[in-house]
Design a protein around this ligand. Structure first.
Ligand code: SF4
Ligand code: SF4
Length: 124
């Protein structure tokens, strides 16, 4: 969700990484019911879950519909505020966000394995 400079770093960013997903902060999951809910969410295509120093997040992969084939933004002048606020001084062009993940569950099986480890009484 970048500013997408026409010149400079963004123009060299193959794949325009920050326009290919969204994230949403989650309430910190603590109970089996919380994780059961996350298991439902992560069962859907493109949905992942991670935890970093700021907390737990849904990560939903999928290109923004305004991302142009060449990497520009099709609604640049009217792009959402979150895109305007994104600072490319140090971004995913410089290092992958995953580097700061404490947990990263890419699919149902990975989260289920975590649940079984975390809750000794997890059924099945
Ligand atoms: S990841 Fe960084 S360099 Fe790439 S498009 Fe987004 S802000 Fe620009
Ligand atoms: S609106 Fe533009 S800058 Fe924002 S995520 Fe979509 S393509 Fe990227």
């Amino acid at each position: 969700m970048p500013a997408i400079e026409v010149e400079g770093k963004c123009s060299r960013c193959i794949g325009t990484t920050c326009c290919t997903y969204t994230t949403e902060a989650l309430q910190t999951p603590t109970s089996k019911a919380d994780f059961d809910h996350l298991l439902w969410q992560i069962s859907h295509a493109g949905v992942e879950i991670y935890k970093d120093g700021d907390g737990w997040y849904l990560l939903i992969r999928g290109n923004c519909e305004h991302l142009l084939p060449g990497g520009g933004c099709g609604i640049y002048a009217a792009r959402p505020q979150v895109c305007r606020d994104y600072d490319n001084d140090w971004c995913e062009y410089d290092e992958p966000a995953e580097k700061h993940f404490i947990h990263h569950f890419r699919d149902y099986a990975q989260l289920l394995a975590y649940c079984r480890k975390r809750f000794k009484t997890w059924a099945a």
